[in-house]
Design a protein around this ligand. Structure first.
Ligand code: CMP
Length: 140
């Protein structure tokens, strides 16, 4: 399996509880290397652009309100099979359905306040990384 990159967000519910370090430790323990990372407070336009794929979903407005409610940490994670590996350590979208030991099971508060976002496929990973980072910011 080739080395892959994926995009990750530590969401406002997690930054508010000062969980960035604990979540990063879980990502690293899962074999992922943080090759780029920055903390920012998304504007409404940035959140709407990022989640454009969900525009027609009933939760879109609330999701954008939530994602702009506080700082986030955007990251690029690198490793073998990084996309699947990250999805495994994140756990199911709904923390109530996530497996024991996953980030969302351990720290998630609900389907919206679920601590982390992770890309679901190579195409979305490339798109999402490019949305927040330029090539020179990725240091593998
Ligand atoms: P994320 O991986 O960031 O992608 C879209 C987000 O929408 C998802 O995680 C959830 O946090 C959020 N969301 C809110 N409500 C729902 C819902 N009913 N179904 C799926 N995702 C939801």
């Amino acid at each position: 399996m080739a080395i892959e990159r994926t995009f990750s967000i530590i969401k406002p519910d997690a930054t508010a509880r000062n969980l960035t370090g604990k979540i990063n430790a879980m990502l690293e323990a899962a074999g992922l290397r943080i090759v780029a990372q920055k903390r920012l407070h998304m504007t409404r336009a940035q959140a709407e652009g990022f989640y454009a794929v969900h525009k027609a979903r009933p939760f879109f407005g609330e999701l954008c309100t939530y994602m702009t409610s506080g700082p986030v940490v955007v990251q690029v994670l690198q490793g073998e099979n990084a996309i699947a590996r990250n999805r495994e350590v994140m756990g199911a979208t709904d923390p109530a359905k996530a497996a024991e030991g996953t980030i969302r099971k351990t720290y998630g508060e609900g389907i919206e306040r679920n601590c982390v976002h992770g890309s679901d496929a190579p195409e979305t990973a490339a798109e999402e990384i490019g949305y927040f980072f330029s090539g020179i910011e990725l240091v593998g």
